[in-house]
Design a protein around this ligand. Structure first.
Ligand SMILES: NC(=O)c1ccc[n+]([C@@H]2O[C@H](COP(=O)([O-])OP(=O)(O)OC[C@H]3O[C@@H](n4cnc5c(N)ncnc54)[C@H](O)[C@@H]3O)[C@@H](O)[C@H]2O)c1
Length: 271
């Protein structure tokens, strides 16, 4: 492994590690020699992730905890330090949408379910802020550390129907810049905070929105493809490189940035 990109031995906590993108990235990092903490809120799914992770190497552990549960995260933090002695990086992968926080095709803008809107704001925004405040203490003490947040294309462009999720992801961009600045000013240039903004990847949450059962695109899926110069959806492993770069010394002068991994979606006006 090129030294500039070496992540071996790093203790990396990954929230949402029972999901597609963050879970895949967690396994990828473990395969590259990192010690990986798989954090998820569902015990059964964490157990499954750990069974798969143990097949890669013994350098893994599971933490079952909701990303909004500050006390649970504190307990998880102390378990990680007991096992691995330190925390080098946090990947805030937990996130997602729910139908009530979007405007359904048969709904008015004014029908938005404000309770679901708040839940989605909480999961995506607070669910990134709270783990960063808990695990970020390690970075203050060590004077080194790295946070990677998950943004989205919907943070900078209006994605029809999707309000709560877009608002939260826009706030994550802002939080990324804010935290990067505060951390660097207070704890120095070895504490870095960045984000990745995946374009459209097929996940459990959006599969039915973007593809039909026979694999063809839905109308919305086709609209996304039309605005993506690469003319396809992303493959989960195409996010790993940006994460690897942001975790490694190759990005030692990079903080407060949001890297789009989107096949050109954010560059193209669609015409
Ligand atoms: N898939 C895409 O196209 C896409 C695009 C842009 C951004 N993203 C973002 O990337 C990240 C990963 O997405 P994904 O596609 O892998 O989604 P996913 O649904 O496969 O994974 C999300 C994971 O977060 C976990 N989670 C949800 N709520 C939680 C909570 N309160 N506490 C702890 N864990 C919780 C879920 O159990 C799940 O394992 C998310 O932040 C998502 O918003 C995804």
């Amino acid at each position: 492994m090129n030294e500039l990109f070496d992540v071996s031995g790093k203790v990396i906590v990954v929230t949402g590690a029972t999901g597609i993108l963050a879970g895949g990235a967690a396994q990828y990092l473990q395969k590259n020699g990192a010690k990986v903490v798989y954090l998820g809120r569902n015990q059964e799914r964490v157990d499954k992730a750990i069974t798969e992770a143990e097949a890669i190497s013994p350098d893994c552990m599971g933490v079952t905890c909701d990303v909004l549960d500050e006390q649970g995260l504190e307990a998880g933090y102390s378990n990680v330090v007991d096992k691995f002695g330190r925390v080098d990086a946090l990947i805030n992968g937990a996130g997602g949408n729910m139908p009530g926080a979007t405007i359904g095709p048969d709904k008015e803008i004014f029908d938005l379910d404000l309770k679901d809107y708040s839940k989605v704001m909480d999961l995506n925004l607070k669910g990134t802020v709270v783990p960063t405040l808990v695990f970020g203490k390690a970075f203050k003490e060590q004077g080194t550390g790295c946070v990677i947040n998950f943004s989205s294309m919907s943070s900078t462009q209006a994605l029809t129907r999707v309000l709560g999720y877009s608002n939260a992801k826009a706030a994550i961009d802002n939080f990324t810049r804010w935290m990067a600045t505060e951390m660097a000013l207070k704890y120095g240039d070895k504490v870095r905070v960045n984000a990745v903004a995946p374009g459209f990847f097929i996940s459990k949450q959006n599969k039915a929105l973007l593809t039909n059962e026979d694999g063809t695109f839905t109308k919305r899926g086709q609209q996304v493809i039309n605005k993506t110069p690469f003319k396809r959806f992303g493959k989960q492993e195409e996010v790993y490189g940006a994460i690897h770069y942001l975790l490694s010394d190759a990005s030692s002068f990079v903080t407060g940035t949001v890297i789009a991994v989107d096949g050109g979606f954010s560059s193209f006006c669609g015409v």
